[in-house]
Design a protein around this ligand. Structure first.
Ligand SMILES: Cc1cc2nc3c(=O)[nH]c(=O)nc-3n(C[C@H](O)[C@H](O)[C@H](O)COP(=O)(O)OP(=O)(O)OC[C@H]3O[C@@H](n4cnc5c(N)ncnc54)[C@H](O)[C@@H]3O)c2cc1C
Length: 508
């Protein structure tokens, strides 16, 4: 294939992945970002000698021989990961991994103890889970008649549920028991999705049992890597954008930081370059964009260059809302009170109401739930010797119906700290550094007019904007594109976009 000049707008994980592949294959890559450092939303925030990452970026597909790890190795990138898990605590019961490993089924047994009247439904859920894990495993294998038979057999076990939403499925199995429904549907509200909008086959993948106990073996019945594991990058997730950028630079790609790209230049139905905020025009053969789908196509490309099908996808897609995050540097070790580095504290059972409030600009002030996360557990360098990091965060509307983030943030941070103190006694007396992150900060970090922490809401049947756009030589990657959000998904999406670019240009 002819060497092409590829202009990439945004050094988030989507842009970096596309750039690393293109640079490796000998294309001329120029990557622009409004920020000084690469990474977009996974870049570090620093305050008073502490470093914090935006998220608990506990990731799938990253352990040795899992898909993202293997892909990074192909690029010559080897990053150490730490397998980990998360706890779940509700107002009435906890699902925190037991001190002594109690086997892969401890959550099922604990739920049956807590809800003996729903034991049949719990067993049915885990049969459904097992069948979908089998389908997942088989689909990752090379095609063969045996694979197709095993997948078909597994599918027969879940076929009767295929037209159900998560709400309908959990109502059917658990007779409307709101506490049990929360265990499996709660995570959807984090994605701003109402359980009535999401297809029920999603549930096992957002509630994989290995995410709740890092000791569960990933091999199963002699099959290697049957289950996926969850991991943090040792020393922080920003190691990944740094490494991808290193790979781009090693192939003579260029990173242009602190630079806003204002427009994509389209001529004769083809992207011919970009215009920077200072008016400079840069010619290129291919342009790759990311970020907010609506901002990108409405403000930077121009809707007049799209066809009606693509415009409809843009009109219908719904970005998730924002997060409100309080990062603290503390002079005591909070892990004596919360052993797991990440625990979700769900505080309400009305998921429909929670999602509705979020979408209507009403912040729950911690009443619907929050997470407590210790980033320095896997990145000890984030805190000075003898100190630790605590991040408390929750989902929130991007725009408040009453008040604004700048004036409300201190009071809201105090509320979250008070709630966290119920789990981490003495917390408020040990704070030596504090950094509050609101939707306004995330808008800046990601260059979006509406911050959306994980991409588009995964609404059943709703299409996301495809990588291949109606404008020739213009590709769209990142968390609001075709594949969706989350670190591994964004990386896989950009790989897919790059494959499409290759196949469209193969003959030239
Ligand atoms: C709090 C939080 C927790 C999370 N937790 C997890 C988790 O546990 N697991 C997981 O898998 N994922 C998690 N995610 C999601 C994941 O981090 C994102 O989906 C992913 O990093 C998004 O990558 P991206 O490339 O799409 O975009 P971004 O990270 O948004 O990067 C886009 C980049 O493009 C730049 N840019 C855009 N437009 C322009 C322009 N016109 N000019 C110049 N620069 C521009 C922006 O400055 C930015 O740097 C979390 C996210 C958040 C915020």
């Amino acid at each position: 294939m002819k060497r092409r000049k590829i202009l990439i707008i945004g050094a988030g994980l989507g842009g970096l992945t596309f750039g690393a592949l293109a640079a490796r294959d000998g294309h001329e890559v120029v990557l622009y970002d409004r920020n000084h450092e690469p990474g977009g939303v996974v870049a570090l925030t620093r305050e008073g000698g502490f470093s914090f990452e935006q998220g608990p970026l506990i990731l799938s597909d990253l352990l040795p021989s899992e898909s993202i790890c293997s892909f990074l190795q192909e690029l010559g990138i080897c990053l150490e990961t730490v397998r980990d898990d998360r706890g779940l605590s509700t107002r009435d019961f906890d699902l925190i991994r037991p001190k002594e490993y109690a086997g892969p089924n401890w959550r099922k047994e604990k739920l049956k103890e807590l809800f003996p009247e729903e034991a049949g439904g719990i067993d049915a859920y885990y049969r459904f889970y097992d069948a979908l894990m089998e389908i997942r495993y088989q689909s990752s294998r090379r095609d063969s008649p045996m694979k197709r038979i095993l997948m078909g057999l597994a599918f027969l076990k879940v076929r009767k549920y295929q037209d159900m939403t998560c709400e309908e499925f959990t109502d059917l199995l658990f007779h409307g028991n709101a506490k049990l429904k929360l265990v499996f549907n709660g995570i959807l509200a984090d994605f701003c999705a109402d359980p009535a909008e999401v297809q029920c086959f999603t549930l096992p993948f957002v509630n994989t049992e290995t995410a709740f106990d890092k000791r569960i073996p990933l091999d199963h019945k002699g099959r290697e890597r049957y289950y996926g594991g969850f991991a943090y990058f040792k020393d922080g997730c920003q190691k990944l954008p740094e490494a991808l950028l290193g790979s781009i630079a090693a192939h003579d790609g260029i990173f242009v930081p602190d630079t806003i790209v204002e427009n994509v230049l389209v001529e004769g139905g083809r992207a011919r370059g970009i215009r920077l905020a200072d008016g400079t025009e840069v010619d290129g053969d291919v342009v790759v964009g990311c970020g907010s789908a609506r901002d990108f196509f409405e403000k930077m490309v121009g809707l007049e260059h799209l066809d009606e099908g693509y415009r409809r996808i843009l009109r219908e897609c719904r970005p998730m809302e924002a997060v409100f995050m309080v990062h603290l540097g503390v002079d005591y070790d909070p892990r004596r009170y919360q052993e797991q580095s990440l625990v979700y504290y769900y505080r309400g059972y009305d998921l429909h109401g929670a999602v509705d409030r979020l979408r209507n600009g009403i912040y729950h002030e911690g009443a619907d739930g929050y997470l407590i996360y210790f980033p320095d557990a896997h990145a000890p360098g984030f805190a000075p010797e003898g100190y630790h990091c605590v991040t408390i965060y929750t989902v929130c509307p991007d725009t408040l119906r009453a008040g604004d983030w700048e004036t409300m943030k201190d009071g809201y941070a105090d509320q979250l700290i008070a709630l966290a103190e119920e789990h981490l006694p003495g917390l408020s007396k040990h704070i030596v550094a504090k950094k509050i992150m609101t939707a306004l900060d995330y808008r800046k970090m990601t260059h979006m007019s509406k911050s959306s922490f994980g991409g588009l809401v995964p609404i059943w049947g709703q299409k996301n904007p495809p990588h291949v756009t109606p404008v020739r030589d213009l590709y769209f990657v990142g968390q609001q594109s075709e594949n969706g959000g989350g670190v591994p998904i964004v990386i896989n999406g950009a790989r897919e976009a790059y494959r499409k670019f290759q196949s469209m240009h193969r003959s030239s």
